[in-house]
Design a protein around this ligand. Sequence first.
Ligand SMILES: Nc1ncnc2c1ncn2[C@@H]1O[C@H](COP(=O)(O)OP(=O)(O)O)[C@@H](O)[C@H]1O
Ligand SMILES: [Mg+2]
Length: 287
Amino acid sequence: MAEQPAIMSLAEAGAKSEAKSEVDVPEQGAAQQPQEEMPPTVVVDDVHLIYRVHGAAAGKGSATSALSRLALRKKAAGITEVHAVRGVSFVAYKGQAIGLIGRNGSGKSTILRCIAGLLPPTTGKIYSDGQPSLLGVNAAMMNDLTGERNIILGCLAMGMTQREADDKYDDIATFSGLNNYNGKDFLRLPMRTYSSGMASRLRFSIAAARTHDVLMIDEALATGDRDFQLKSEARIRRLREEAGTVFLVSHSMKSIRDTCDRVIWLDQGVIKMDGPTTEVVDAYEGK
Ligand SMILES: Nc1ncnc2c1ncn2[C@@H]1O[C@H](COP(=O)(O)OP(=O)(O)O)[C@@H](O)[C@H]1O
Ligand SMILES: [Mg+2]
């Protein structure tokens, strides 16, 4: 798990990392600095993440050859290293909605998994305030249970009491629209009968029922239809006003422009640009 130290050290770490990242990342925009005296919520300090992938060759080795390798302390044959994140540093502040953009494979999902504490960085440090929630992964959805049960379980998993979960139920059901989807109440059906778009609607609706210190949404909106997309963008803006920090990965530059006030552009695991949305998205689109 990534480190989750006391909040006290966060401000110090923030100041340190910020000073450092000015050297590492030349194109720092004004958005790196909070407009007001907002506290930092996530500090990413020179994070590297290397995936170690066992290639086909490694699978062929016998137990005996593996044992002799161990004895000789040799690296296993056929292991490929993927250096997915290469020295990323930034500080996120309360009240910011940060878009993460970049080509497929540029490291967006990897860095979010690191922030969520699901992947320990190979080197570097991540400090966060509260428990960051990564939409889609943290939500404990059970395919054989109905949408109804999943709403309640999801609320409990986010730390609500049974009563709070019951109170929130109607809002979540209505927001998801699945209680009357093509004239059917899908919340009474098991989740395995949902399309991926419908499942992601439900996940988003559950996650959005609570305020999050740090909410990360990884391309979750892309699967919803246009109406739901607009509705969820509005909800993201509200979550942000309710004082958390929101990270949004999307390939829709319109969603990014409409939702985010700051954008980090990742390219081959490195921050290519970090600044106000218009500047970064214009540059990304080659304007
Ligand atoms: N579980 C994994 N094992 C090995 N390599 C991975 C894994 N997940 C992602 N990668 C690799 O890491 C790089 C970054 O991937 P990812 O973070 O998913 O990028 P993005 O979300 O920007 O498309 C890619 O080269 C990808 O192939
Ligand atoms: Mg991704």
